[in-house]
Design a protein around this ligand. Structure first.
Ligand SMILES: Cc1cc2nc3c(=O)[nH]c(=O)nc-3n(C[C@H](O)[C@H](O)[C@H](O)COP(=O)(O)OP(=O)(O)OC[C@H]3O[C@@H](n4cnc5c(N)ncnc54)[C@H](O)[C@@H]3O)c2cc1C
Length: 419
């Protein structure tokens, strides 16, 4: 159905994905209300690393992921950790995840990710150099740094090779040249791979600026309003029940991050999404702050220099909806980074944070029509890439609701793949 000025859309969830959906729906002429049970963008979209990384075509489902996950059963300090749980939905999720950890599936998934990553990065370049100001957006590239030549070789043979197949540019920097590239790095590191087309931003500033822009354009944001249930009439949702009473719209978009898998059940069918918990700490800038964002694959940790601070983020724990922030995990972040940077880190953590990434077992987001329901669109399951994939997701959702031909093939992201 083509969008009409009077058509109303309710977006459930005010993270970066809900905000991006609101943007493109507002642009298409819909009257948009975003419902957020807490504060806008205070969940997984808040304290993440802020990489806008079209280079990340490699999914989590690699041939080595399963082995790493199994080893982690015995090691609570592992960065990638599966905590055993006897929940049927989680066991099914793990089973499907394990089936995807093959070279063939990895390459297939990389192809689909590449299309949506490219689209999203291009949209960000347009949005952040024209419409949205003040998100500390830098197109400085993302540097992978290696302590040993062996790790660099393994990375080049796997991640770098797969991204190169999709035309992702990367440059090798010799260990001896690393300090010329960035003087904040220690001497004697083996080398680095720079992905020059990646960028970074400060996630909380992006979402605050983006929501402010949309409020000015007439989008309504209702914080502290929780979606609770639906009223159905045949193939349509006629109203939703919320903590602020019943609400009606012509279309509903579910963009509630990691909890969306369960909430989708109210709209017709639960979706296989598990929370993949990660942590970050935000500090003042060290005296010698790195110029560019960096990842240290041997320690599974990333850093993002902001004008207004410095962030270290990492870990992937499958432990259910656990909200603890163990100090040992935060210390682990600090210790990991100390291997690479010349300067000592500032002693105080300005912010200690965790987020539940919305993880699907096939590493692909879930975007499109809820099966058997005519006026519900899902926009969730963005795994480790929700910041990056937000604009393309919003665009796909608006195209779907308008009944337009999508700008990229939406089939790989369809909720119907879980039928
Ligand atoms: C350590 C870490 C680092 C990361 N780094 C990056 C990165 O560098 N680049 C990148 O692209 N991605 C990164 N990610 C992933 C990214 O943060 C997520 O994919 C993304 O934030 C998901 O956005 P979302 O809007 O779907 O979910 P959320 O931000 O979680 O938003 C969902 C919202 O829905 C609301 N909600 C839930 N239930 C209800 C309800 N019943 N009614 C109303 N509202 C509800 C929640 O309160 C929440 O605000 C990282 C994640 C982590 C944990």
């Amino acid at each position: 159905m083509a969008g009409q000025e009077t058509d109303k859309v309710i977006v459930i969830g005010g993270g970066v994905i809900g905000i991006a959906c609101a943007h493109y729906l507002n642009q298409a002429g819909y009257a948009v209300t975003v419902l957020e049970s807490g504060s806008l963008a205070a969940a997984c979209s808040h304290g993440n690393c802020g990489y806008i990384c079209p280079s990340h075509v490699l999914p989590l489902t690699t041939p080595g992921a399963l082995r790493e996950g199994l080893k982690s059963l015995l090691n609570p300090s592992a960065s990638f950790r599966i905590k055993p749980r006897l929940e049927p939905a989680f066991i099914r999720w793990l089973w499907q995840f394990s089936r995807r950890c093959s070279a063939r599936q990895m390459l297939e998934t990389a192809k689909h990710l590449n299309a949506i990553l490219e689209s999203s990065a291009a949209e960000y370049r347009r949005l952040l150099t024209g419409e949205i100001d003040g998100a500390e957006y830098r197109q400085s590239g993302l540097l992978y740094v290696f302590g040993t030549a062996e790790a660099a070789e393994v990375f080049s043979a796997n991640e770098r090779a797969v991204s190169a197949r999709h035309g992702v540019r990367s440059d090798w920097i010799e260990g001896a040249d690393l300090r010329d590239f960035d003087g904040a790095l220690k001497p004697d590191l083996a080398g680095g791979v720079l992905f020059p087309d990646d960028a970074s931003l400060r996630p909380d500033q992006l979402t605050a600026q983006w929501a402010a822009l949309l409020k000015g354009r007439g989008v309504t944001f209702r914080e502290g309003v929780r979606f609770e249930n639906v009223e159905r009439s045949g193939r349509m949702i006629s109203a939703i029940k919320t903590s602020a009473g019943a609400m009606q719209a012509d279309h509903y978009v579910l963009a509630a991050g990691a909890i969306s898998g369960r909430l989708a059940g109210y709209f017709g069918r639960a979706m296989p999404i598990e929370p993949g918990k990660g942590y970050s700490i935000t500090l003042d800038r060290p005296k010698q702050t790195p110029r560019v964002p960096m990842l240290f694959p041997e320690h599974h940790v990333g850093i993002t220099p902001f004008d207004s601070g410095f962030r270290i983020g990492s870990m992937m724990e499958f432990a259910g909806f656990d909200s603890a922030i163990p100090q040992r995990r935060l210390q682990q972040l600090r210790r990991s980074v100390a291997h690479y940077l010349v300067d000592d880190l500032p002693k105080n953590n300005i912010e200690e944070w965790y987020g539940w990434r919305p993880m699907t077992w096939d590493s692909l987001p879930i975007i499109g029509a809820m099966p058997d329901t005519d006026n519900v669109c899902l926009a969730t399951g963005h795994n480790m890439l929700g910041m990056t994939l937000a604009p393309a997701t919003g665009k796909l959702v608006a195209e779907h609701i308008q009944g337009q031909i999508a700008h990229i093939d939406p089939t790989p992201f369809s909720p119907a793949r879980f039928n």
